[in-house]
Design a protein around this ligand. Sequence first.
Ligand SMILES: N[C@@H](CCC(=O)N[C@@H](CS)C(=O)NCC(=O)O)C(=O)O
Length: 203
Amino acid sequence: MITLYKYTHPSRAETVVWALQELGFDYEVKAIDAKKGEQRSPEFLAINPFGKIPALTHNGKHFTESLAIIEYLNDLHTDKPLTPSLDDENYAEKNYKLRQVISFGMIEMESYLWILTKIKVLQNFENWPEGTAENCMKCIQNALPIAYAWLESQEYIAGDSFTLADIYYHHLFNWLKMLGVELPEQVERYLKKLSTRERFPKR
Ligand SMILES: N[C@@H](CCC(=O)N[C@@H](CS)C(=O)NCC(=O)O)C(=O)O
């Protein structure tokens, strides 16, 4: 049995929910209430010592880090539908592209987004120096055109088929929107297309 630990409020655990749905796995959800600090309870820290959501248990083992969890779930599936097929003659190139877009998103955007969120949403509780939020936004704005260009030349973020990178970028782009970043038309169309997939979680 797969058990997913997710917050009662929307979080990046929704990416794992979507992957579970795409892969067609049965799973149960254990809701963690952040307002009650349940992510810091001894029971939850035994599953993720870092005290973060999402976490997953399967066959008595614990799994953490959203993207790594999605990769694990994809590997459990006979067809591994969320990554390029090993039988594809262009596998190496397609898999490189997938890793490239994910690495770019995580390092060039998400790291700054996270600091920006701490300052703007979680109210600067770590006393970041003045100007940090503006500098983070500049770095993100610098990186975004690269991601926009990918969507001008191909249907999905890492190529011509749906992969786990699309699950990740759906989360990333929506996070940017939440922080007030206006996205160009082709990105909005892409997000709409993803959210109308048959197995996209109903919220
Ligand atoms: N890199 C981790 C980040 C996990 C993370 O930051 N989760 C947030 C929710 S989206 C969380 O649990 N925050 C609670 C906290 O920091 O106390 C992942 O992708 O799973």
